[in-house]
Design a protein around this ligand. Structure first.
Ligand SMILES: Nc1ncnc2c1ncn2[C@@H]1O[C@H](COP(=O)(O)OP(=O)(O)OP(=O)(O)O)[C@@H](O)[C@H]1O
Length: 617
């Protein structure tokens, strides 16, 4: 019985509504569906083959050369086979031993060679495109993530990556069939000019059918993108062991499965609704193809029986018809497959182009250490789709050696302000300068080389402890600085207790891996930022999961290293702001109070009120 039905039966709570209908919010300039037609397929195939060839060439030139040689030999062998058969037919009807031997040996050799070449190209091509996709997403301006449709377009592009697994095989089969068709068709045309047009008519319906089916498949794929994207996220959250406690102890399983099934059910319904169309297409194309095929054989029989062609030629024509027919069918079927794949590759290409256009282009300026001053001048930033700015007209000057604390209610714009300070986001209005240069004119890589950030929600990388500390820094074989960073956050004992010390893989999900506690993970995130020795150190709620010893140690450490850098601490534990040289209080994206801890307490404003509330137990 389903979760919804059980709830209804118990009569206590009405089942919650299924998740709202979600539609794909992609924003490509052209809707590919409007363009899916047989004509488009024919027009597009050369371009698609060109793209696949370029990709393959880029990935493995030797394998491509081997493939090309095999293709040419395949075509030539088909023509030789038919010519040899025709010659053999003349003296002794039916003695095709030369052709048979050729037919028996060559394709087997070619298949082995082609398969070897394909085995080399395909996985590497998939890796190339997959890696390109991951890199493109990591490199876009962070503001792109907040835009409607970006995750859906990313999901659509991933389908393109999956399709690369079949794209070379599709393309190779298509070209191979095309060569066989041209050579066999040429021989057939010489035998009798009527045969080829008849054969074309016999396979054309299959081609139209395949394209129409591809169109239906793609239409369903498009309709399901948004649901599949949400379903994928649900699946990850529900099945990742890190969230397993929350799922179980809050009895979420039933509802999550219900949600998951509802999304899957909706995808299935869309797929099933299209089944009658697919069936109709298959039936009609098979019927039309069958009629023309019968006509072809009838024409051949009539030509032979009426003496219009010699019996030996007729026998060769039978083989030629069979060869051409098989090749033609392969051309059509594989052409449709190439076209089908190209639809997904277009999504991937469109996303990669879009991502490339969104990579930071901010001017040639380079930041060099030391970071003496960071200034915000009347900075405004509004997230896409929001009706008011998250940061609204903030001005601030930070000098090297200073510790700034940012406090304020949830959603008041603290984290957004740190993103603007680091140049992760560029302001809509106003400017942020580092040592006097506007971040909008600076290569962000040179800026991020001097920042260290402990975000509120930090990553728990499934990597060894050492890499979890050094990640993002040039690789070094010296573990001394790694241990220094680990000592600074008081994690040495915990690391010593791990089975392989710094080499211990931190992931419970991986065989042989270990897991840290929440507070230990947070200490590790702090050590990662400290290891970088950055010019700007930002700690956003860095001790929210730590015990008092850990928290004390981190703040002592912040004070100890503050002289060489600009330090920013975002915190709700107002007592921690005592270490700051300057405290700013944010409300609705604006700075409403600022000063030293003691001044703000005396002023009796929002800071004093929040402090009093935090002590009222
Ligand atoms: N990625 C995002 N996309 C859209 N809106 C966002 C995004 N991140 C934050 N916001 C919005 O911007 C506003 C400020 O958020 P921000 O995270 O800066 O607040 P905060 O002061 O750090 O809050 P908290 O104390 O809860 O961490 C909020 O209204 C929030 O809904």
């Amino acid at each position: 019985m389903t979760w919804a039905a059980t709830n209804e039966q118990q009569g206590a709570v009405p089942p919650p509504p299924p998740p709202a209908e979600i539609t794909y919010s992609g924003q490509y300039s052209v809707n590919p569906l409007a363009e899916v037609s047989f004509r488009r397929m024919c027009a597009q195939i050369p371009a698609v083959l060109g793209r696949i060839a370029r990709l393959s060439w880029h990935t493995d030139r030797r394998a491509v050369r081997l493939l090309l040689v095999c293709q040419v030999v395949t075509g030539v062998s088909a023509a030789m086979l038919l010519t040899a058969t025709a010659r053999a037919m003349r003296p002794v009807l039916g003695d095709g031993s030369a052709g048979d031997r050729l037919r028996g040996a060559l394709p087997a050799l070619l298949v082995v060679a082609v398969a070897a070449a394909l085995r080399r190209i395909t996985p590497r091509l998939t890796t190339e495109t997959d890696s390109a996709l991951v890199e493109a997403v990591c490199r876009v301006e962070a503001s792109a993530y907040a835009e409607d449709g970006f995750p859906d377009r990313h999901e659509a592009a991933e389908m393109g990556v999956i399709r690369t697994q079949v794209m070379v095989t599709d393309a190779q089969r298509f070209v191979s069939a095309l060569i066989r068709m041209v050579t066999a068709g040429g021989v057939l045309s010489v035998l009798n000019p009527l045969m080829l047009p008849l054969l074309l008519l016999a396979v054309l319906p299959a081609g139209v059918g395949a394209v129409l089916t591809a169109r239906v498949d793609y239409e369903i794929h498009y309709a399901n993108i948004a649901d599949r994207n949400v379903r994928g996220m649900m699946r990850w959250w529900a099945t990742t062991s890190k969230y397993g406690d929350e799922v179980r102890a809050n009895s979420m399983t039933g509802y999550i499965v219900y949600w998951y099934r509802a999304l899957s059910g909706r995808c299935d319904r869309r797929t099933l609704a299209a089944a009658p169309r697919t069936l109709r297409i298959a039936l009609l194309s098979a019927l039309a193809g069958g009629v023309f095929l019968v006509a072809t054989w009838a024409a051949l029989a009539w030509l032979a029986m009426s003496g219009r062609i010699a019996l030996a030629v007729a026998a060769t024509a039978v083989i030629a018809v069979q060869t051409t027919l098989a090749a033609l069918s392969q051309v059509v079927v594989n052409g449709a497959a190439v076209f089908h794949t190209s639809l997904y590759l277009s999504d991937m290409q469109a996303f990669l182009d879009d991502a490339a256009a969104r990579s930071p282009k901010r001017g040639p300026g380079r930041h060099s250490a030391p970071t003496e001053q960071i200034r915000l001048e009347e900075v405004v930033y509004q997230y896409p789709g929001k009706d008011k700015p998250a940061v609204d007209g903030v001005s601030l000057t930070l000098e090297r050696g200073q510790i700034l604390a940012i406090v304020g209610a949830n959603g008041s714009g603290k984290s957004t302000l740190t993103r603007l300070l680091t140049g992760i986001y560029l302001p809509d209005k106003g400017r942020v300068t580092w040592n006097g240069t506007d971040l909008a004119n600076m290569d962000p890589i040179t800026v991020w080389a001097h920042t260290g950030l402990v975000p509120q929600i930090f990553a728990q990388w499934p990597m060894p402890v050492r890499e979890n500390v050094t990640l993002g820094q040039p690789r070094t074989h010296d573990d001394v600085p790694v241990w220094e960073a680990i000592d600074a956050v008081g994690l040495r004992e915990a690391v010593d207790d791990l089975p392989a010390g710094l080499d211990t893989l931190l992931s419970r999900e991986v065989f042989g891996g270990c897991e840290l506690s929440g507070g230990q993970w947070q200490r590790l995130a702090c050590s990662r930022a400290l290891y970088r020795r950055p010019g700007l150190l930002i700690l956003d709620e860095p001790t929210s999961q730590m015990d008092p010893r850990g928290e004390h140690r981190i703040f002592e450490q912040i004070k100890a290293i503050a002289a060489d850098r600009i330090t920013i601490v975002v915190t709700h534990r107002l007592e921690n702001t005592r270490i700051a040289d300057h405290v700013v209080v944010m409300e609705d994206g604006r700075i409403t109070e600022q000063g030293r801890y003691d001044d703000l307490v005396r002023a009796g404003g929002t800071f004093a009120e929040l402090l009093e509330l935090s002590q009222d137990r």
